[in-house]
Design a protein around this ligand. Structure first.
Ligand SMILES: [Ca+2]
Length: 117
C-alpha cells in the first residue's frame, strides 16, 4: 500500500516535471511567430529546436546561447528575435526567412525553395 502511494507520487512528479520542461518554450515560439495550425513548424513542435529531445539542433543551440547570455531559463520573444538573422543550420537561409517559409531553421535539409525557379 505504502509503496503504491510512493510510486504514484513519483510518477506524478515526473509527469509534472516534463510538462514544465517542454511546452513553455514551444509556446513562446508559437506566439512569437504566430504559427498556422497544421503548418510544418506547428507539426514539428519539439523538432524545431531538438533533433531528439533533449539533444539540440543548431537552431536550438542558438536559442540556448541566448538563454545562457541572459542567465535565464525562461525564453522570451526578444531572445528569439535576436537570432532571426542568424543562419543556424548553415543552409544559406536565415532563421526568420525559414520560419516565414515554414521550413525548419535547425535542419539544413529543410529550407525555403530557391527563388526564380
Ligand atoms: Ca537556415
Amino acid at each position: 500500500m505504502e509503496i503504491k502511494v510512493i510510486t504514484m507520487t513519483l510518477g506524478m512528479l515526473v509527469l509534472a516535471a516534463s510538462a514544465l520542461a517542454r511546452p513553455p518554450m514551444l509556446k513562446v515560439f508559437e506566439t512569437t511567430y504566430t504559427l498556422k495550425e497544421g503548418s510544418k513548424l506547428d507539426s514539428a513542435k519539439c523538432g524545431i529546436c531538438h533533433t531528439k529531445a533533449p539533444i539540440l539542433n543548431p537552431y536550438g543551440k542558438d536559442v540556448k546561447t541566448q538563454l545562457s547570455a541572459a542567465k535565464s531559463k525562461i525564453l522570451t520573444p526578444k531572445m528569439l528575435k535576436k537570432i532571426d538573422k542568424l543562419d543556424s543550420d548553415k543552409d544559406k537561409s536565415v532563421n526568420i526567412a525559414e520560419i516565414r517559409a515554414d521550413t525548419l531553421p535547425g535542419d539544413a535539409t529543410s529550407k525555403p525553395a530557391a527563388k526564380g525557379k
